[in-house]
Design a binder for this molecule. Sequence first.
Ligand code: MOS
Length: 705
Amino acid sequence: MTTLDKVVGGAPTRIEGRDKVTGAARYAYEHPVPDAAYVSPVQSTIVRGRVRAVDGSAALAMPGVIAVLDSGNVSRLRRVEDAELAVLQSADVAYRGQIVAAVVANTLEGACEAASAVRVDYEEEGAGEGEHDVVLNPGDPRIFSPEKASAGFAGTVDWGDAESALAAAAVSVDAVYTTPTEHASPMEPHATIAFWEGETLTLYNSDQAPWMSATAIAELFGLPESAVSVIADHVGGGFGSKAVPRPPTVLAALAARAVRRPVKVAATRQQMFALVSYRTPTVQRVRLGAERDGKLTAVWHDALQQSSKLVEYTEPTVGASRMMYATPNSHTAHRLLRLDMPTPSWMRAPGEAPGMFALESAMDELAYALEMDPVQLRIANEPSVDPESGLPFSSRNLVACLREGAARFGWAGRDPTPGVREDGRWLAGTGVASSTYPVFTRASTATAYAGPTGRFVVQIAAVDIGTGARTALTQVAADELGVPMDRVTVRVGRSVFGPAPFAGGSMGTSSWSWAVSKACRALVKKLDERSGLVPPEGLEARADTTEDLAAWKRFSRHSFGAQFAEVRVNVDSGQVRVERLLGVFAGGRIVNARTARSQFLGGMTMGVSMALHEALETDPRFGDFVNHDLAGYHIAANADVRGIEAHWIDEQDDELNPVGAKGIGEVGIVGTAAAIANAVFHATGFRQRDLPITLDRVRAAVRGG
Ligand code: MOS
């Protein structure tokens, strides 16, 4: 072993970059599978009720049609917690767009055409011609307080006496903020190729979690874990929507079994809106109480959200309000209403993204009420320990991010007066907000091999969903093995490599790199014992971090950031342009500067999108999303992103994992929308508490209609 410069912390280009730009990289749908048939789902046109009969005769008479599937002729599945996965298991309809039948045909076009010829007879319940039960109405008497929110968060947490503190506060803020339904819509749609060989199932799946998905599908089909193999060599984004199996994947496995042939399923962009989850809308009330010097005396945050009738999913929207700022009194609660809608689920920074829009907007409102600089207000409320748990932070560099961001952005000397910076028909303003995301880490396994010719192979059921995970893990392995990157092949994307968590919750690098580093260290030890001599059959070391994580010291672990926005608002059209967006982040050790920068910029761009564009509209008469395609569901495009910069501070945190990485996938979207909304207030003097900040909303405020 030679001594080499470490590559962790460098900026190598993506290992699979060339394969991607030349088209050699295969995504799920592109694997050559002989004799594959195509599946097209038939989606419910009613909101609630039952399927009385499926008439597939016209479809079956069409050329190349192999089968029409419905709840009467597919395999029975085991009941699992996620009722969305009970595809075609009963005649019940729980939302418009649910899969009620499917056509299998020799061609994609044939399957699509035949799907439109399937006649479904329904017994509709409820609204009929009136309004469906699909609207999150804050006055609904059925709203309840869930015990738990997702990702391990409690439903409601109280300490001190927030009500009394608010009543006694020298200065206070009390405002309602809303965020709309949003959709992840990754560039690569949800796609699966499924084939059975006897009782074993192989899935080429667009997936954030090859091993976890294989386990979940095995459970669903009542098979041993080893009977299901998920392969996800390349994935074109997920943002949470591919973190667990979704109905199209289950449909593929069912259809392949029914017709005894490999099948391909690719959800269309329109189908994805009902079938692969979405971000819940929220109605959030935030009340802050403070002393005249800006010290918070109370944080009160309530988030109303929706779920489906099938699954109780609670987005952890108020989670960040529990650890963000020091306060002796706190009340943070989730409330939920279950509707005849598809089940919402994780979408980038689930909880923190909408929750921090509300908290960080309220902090800006408080800064104005106090006549205090908003950066200073945040610094004044920096806690010494986690306010909720009382645990020390493994590292907390919010203040450093705020200070460095302020310096880079040119915040000093900012005149806080709103609505006074005119430039023709434009008003200019600046805003700031904090970012945060928890450091989740889960146990993982990995295997490292040394070959007789000096090459190394590491296998781990990680997955690269576009983040650069393959490259980052190769850097980690190369450093541990003490060899250049080109002598190491890191194989990811296959469930057969053993237990590993998902590319979700920003936990990929922190979890997988731990197992990779441990396996490589064990291999180096074995090699050292043999004076570096590799036997002809090679050497292997396997690692499992379950015990390391069980022994993890108790700390509060979070990434932080600060985002600064400069906007211009057109007083005639109401258009908001984000001229500059600057973020400074603290995410532990940055493994790859190039791919990390992309992660931050991607998150921030999604934040611009959340602030100004994204909203799914639900029509209560129709009972479904109206704008369920990318023509009607607007996302930020290149022209919407002007000046954008991501920086990070060198953060050394020894209480994380061998690499010292925190996780950076999601922190970039958190706080962005608040920074922009705060800048819009500074520009116009009108507070925007409802996302997205559309032209009509701005015009209504600035021009009074
Ligand atoms: Mo992320 S929303 O946990 O994939």
